[in-house]
Design a protein around this ligand. Sequence first.
Ligand SMILES: [Zn+2]
Length: 292
Amino acid sequence: MTSLGIDYGGTHTKLMLVSEEGEEIARASVPSGSLDELAISARRFLDESGRAATGFAVTIAGTLDPATGLVGRAANMSWLNGTRPAETLAGALGIPGRAVQDGEAAATAEARLGAGHGRDDVFVIALGTGIAGAHVVGGAVRRGAHGAAGEIGHIPVAGNGVRCSCGQIGCLETAIGGTKIAARWADHGGSPSDGATALDVVRAAESGDGSAAAALDAAARALGRAILELAALVDPGLIVVGGGLSRSPRWTVDPAIDAARAGATFHTIPEVRLATLGVWAGARGAALLAPR
Ligand SMILES: [Zn+2]
């Protein structure tokens, strides 16, 4: 049994063929386009791999009804709004498939095969443009009764008075979100260039810029506070942190763990590991979630 994972991104789409045991068989990255173009790319990928897939899953970066596969709103891929991508692709590829949330796919792969391998109770945090969370128990993401569990980015722990896109003030995301951290650098007296990224803030801190270091310190403290809340509410067995900013752990994850441990009273702060699967986690996780 071979499964196809499709990580359908705004600019590039990653395709991965995975064995029943979760081993990678083949991978390809193609420019993103319409669903019809994606079906052609996926068909060509399968032909070139010389393997038949028994099922597929396609990731959606947006709101999705997991029962019907209907996309609500995909902010950066608006052509998917109101469509059922898995249905279209299943018709074109001739195999059964389903749509899954991108964060669910990446967290499933990371928990089952990446940093969480061999552990039963894993909370995965992704430090990206937004801050995503997923509690993976026994290899499956717990979505909650209304599909809204894991929103760690919107716990108000930053204490910075900044209004979040969700409407609350001081969410974790306002402090450490990939596009927000340059604004916080400015709040701390820095002068980021237009379009400065989280990586620019890290580079500035590494070259001795005190305001950049202060913004990262505030971000790490907010993450530490969120880890404390997570320990109180979920008590996970292992925390895995991935996403762009996790690649500079000295400025982000390490001080966050220190802050969480320093603030713990009744809490058990579990082991925290960095994610290991990188940008292919979504495609691999989608393959794991394909119908079998
Ligand atoms: Zn928020």
